[in-house]
Design a protein around this ligand. Structure first.
Ligand SMILES: [Zn+2]
Length: 681
């Protein structure tokens, strides 16, 4: 699902207490399963390729299942979590007399509606016919823009998107914002890159767009002509979207504009009528994230024939609702063939029950999340994770105090920021109230209702104080994040379980795994983007010029390192785009290691299964990144994702660390020892 409105979070994956031992009471456990040595490939030397050494045995035994583009620790755990979610939904679906509006009624009705494949097939396009009729009835540019707003409200991104977000320079309050979007390919660059591979992707995309138009009954030749016009329009929109490298700078997307001045920026947009489609409260200031984009979009409203816009809107409705399995099979098959198979190398669709579970999680969020937490995440687990997070925060505090490249005034501000972190563990303190959402078992209508509910929630935030209890990921998510405008680190219950976090494992294993994850999110607050925000979450420069220069020099070391790496032979990594994640990987593992050194296990130097505590720490880190990806998925990730592929995260990070070299006795000149090592924290 390509959901609208995702915040700009610094997450862990695709997708974020000194002296406190977190192992089982009674000391380290020798349970081989907490660090399965059968996952190793001992035919490879650890100093030659530690990723292969630590995960090669696993990879050999675990081919990518046909329903996946990537398979590894996080995908396996996400699949396990989904089994729990499915059982909750199936139980709810069996209850036919649940009180109307109760969580059980909502979950059961949503799931029954989504699973009713025959009913969806039989209904055809009837549930979305009102949208198609409205599009068909457009006769002017102002009417077109109103329809753009109305479609956006029900989950269709057609390029001009509206909502609310914390004011970048005063994050205590929410302001209106106009966001960009509207392209169907995964990134703007897909429209412009040369080469046979991109030509082939664009040809497949043309087939996809025309197929969806044909699925509405348009004759083949007309659908192809329309597809060309639609892709022409999308290409013009893509041209107005700044490249990812530019969008990394938070200032690129901060342009508070008086509503009265919007007409100068985009004279063809009837702004008042457009905002009215969202039922937005009155406001006078709006953050136009990229003004040049809005001006370009405005120009396209005037210069592109209405017939092209209408084809584009129709296609986008098909694309959006096929993506969540709300349309007959012919629509879903086209979506799967292009997005999953062509772009990501997936061979088979997952069973409908698993897809419906994912949609329920993504859309009913807290309603399903609360049931998940009740089943899986007891208060004791939360307390244990909380202690570990506090522990790492304290180690990072000590680390900042001893940095030789940062002066005292900047250190003071950094410590202020670190101390101000909000730490969220497992699930939100305050669950979102879904009582106003009505779910009826008519799946498409239910989707429309959920989209409206979420859009309304966002629009009504305009002008209010920022809610610092919000949880941007659902509790079952195997991921974590740092969110700069609210200066918080968040760890959903979904990741706080083995092999990331294992109460029965020794400290080396837990610090190498979940410890490095916590450190990762914590140091995101000080990466190339995070460091530009202060402890209140406001964009504000708190660095002395000399300290900022020293940081940039160190960040450049990471940029250079990753620019030279290849996620796939012949594919170049983009060091500029990867730097935030790579900085957080190196900082996170460094902090986790320092925290581990304070544990009794590290001090006791006792071997387990032939490995020292330090070696187990690094093995555990590498093993949570065990992962196989299709070639197509690797190529797509390199183009669209700020995270390096798993293999590079392990090799790129460890080859900078003297602690790793010492643990495995890696000599200078071996592949895992980088001559010009980078170090920040
Ligand atoms: Zn991250």
């Amino acid at each position: 699902m390509r959901l609208l409105g995702a915040a700009a979070l610094s997450a862990l994956v695709f997708a974020s207490l000194p002296h406190v031992a977190i192992g089982a009471p009674g000391g380290p456990s020798a349970d081989a399963k907490v660090l399965d040595l059968a996952n190793l490939d001992t035919t490879c030397k650890p100093c030659d390729d530690f990723f292969q050494f630590a995960t090669g045995g696993w990879e050999k035994k675990n081919p990518i299942p046909p329903g996946y583009a990537r398979w590894g620790t996080s995908a396996v755990l996400a699949a396990q979590n989904r089994v729990v979610l499915t059982s909750i939904l199936e139980d709810a679906a069996k209850v036919t007399n649940a009180p109307p509006g109760s969580d059980t009624q909502k979950l059961g009705a949503f799931y029954r509606g989504c699973m009713d494949e025959a009913g969806i097939e039989k209904a055809g396009t009837t549930p979305i016919d009102p949208m198609l009729a409205a599009i068909d009835g457009i006769t002017s540019v102002p009417a077109l823009v109103e329809e753009v707003g109305k479609l956006n409200v029900v989950g269709v991104d057609v390029g001009l998107n509206f909502g609310a977000a914390p004011d970048t320079k005063d994050s205590s309050k929410q302001i209106a914002r106009v966001r960009l979007g509207g392209i169907g390919l995964p990134d703007r660059d897909y429209y412009f890159k040369d080469g046979a591979r991109f030509d082939a992707i664009r040809a497949a995309y043309r087939t996809y767009v025309s197929t969806q138009l044909e699925n509405f009954g348009e004759p083949h030749a007309a659908a192809l002509t329309d597809a060309d016009a639609v892709i022409g329009l999308e290409t013009a929109i893509a041209k107005a979207i700044p490249p990812r490298e530019e969008m990394r700078d938070p200032a690129t997307s901060y342009h508070p504009t008086r509503v009265a001045d919007l007409a100068k920026l985009a004279p063809h947009v009837p702004w008042a009528a457009y905002f009215a489609t969202y039922h937005a409260p009155a406001f006078t200031l709006v953050n136009v994230e990229v003004p040049a984009y809005v001006t370009a979009y405005d120009g396209l409203l005037a210069s592109t024939p209405l017939s092209t816009w209408k084809a584009y809107l129709r296609y986008k409705v098909a694309d959006s609702y096929a993506d969540v399995d709300a349309l007959p099979k012919r629509f879903a098959d086209a979506t799967f063939a292009f997005f999953s198979t062509t772009l990501a190398g997936v061979k088979e669709q997952l069973p409908r029950s698993q897809r419906c579970t994912s949609w329920a999680d993504a859309l009913l969020r807290d309603v399903l999340g609360r049931a998940y937490v009740e089943k899986t995440f007891p208060p004791a687990a939360k307390a244990r994770a909380q202690a570990l997070v506090d522990n790492l925060q304290s180690v990072l505090h000590d680390d900042i105090a001893t940095l030789d490249w940062m002066s005292a005034p900047t250190k003071e501000r950094a410590q202020e920021k670190l101390a101000a972190y909000t730490k969220k563990i497992g699930y939100p303190d305050k669950w979102v109230d879904f009582s106003k959402l009505t779910i009826t078992e008519k799946y498409t209508n239910d989707l429309i209702a959920v989209y409206r509910f979420q859009t309304d929630r966002e629009a009504t935030r305009i002008g209010t104080a920022t809610d610092r209890t919000a949880f941007e990921m659902t509790p079952s998510t195997v991921n974590a994040y740092y969110n700069p405008p609210v200066n918080e680190i968040v760890f959903p219950a979904g990741i706080l379980q083995p092999p990331y976090f294992n109460p029965n494992a020794d400290d080396a294993v837990n610090y190498g795994a979940i410890g490095s994850v916590i450190g990762h999110e914590m140091t995101h607050g000080f990466d190339d983007q995070g460091r530009q925000f202060d402890g209140k979450g406001n964009l504000s420069d708190w660095w002395t010029p000399a300290d900022a220069a020293a940081f940039k020099k160190r960040a450049q070391c990471i940029v250079d390192e990753y620019s030279a790496l290849e996620p796939f032979p012949g594919v170049h990594a983009n060091g500029v785009n990867l730097q935030g994640e790579a900085i957080a990987d190196l900082g996170g593992l460094t902090i986790a290691y320092k925290a581990f050194e304070r544990t009794p296990q590290a001090k006791a130097h006792k071997m387990i299964d032939g490995y020292t505590p330090e070696q187990r720490f690094f093995l555990s880190f590498a093993q949570v990144w065990r992962n196989s990806q299709t070639e197509a998925a690797i190529r797509q990730q390199a183009m669209t994702n700020p995270h390096p592929v798993a293999r590079l995260r392990v090799i790129g990070t460890l080859s900078n660390m003297p602690e790793f070299r010492a643990a495995f006795h890696c000599a200078a000149g071996t592949a895992m020892v980088r001559a010009d090592s980078c170090q920040i924290w």
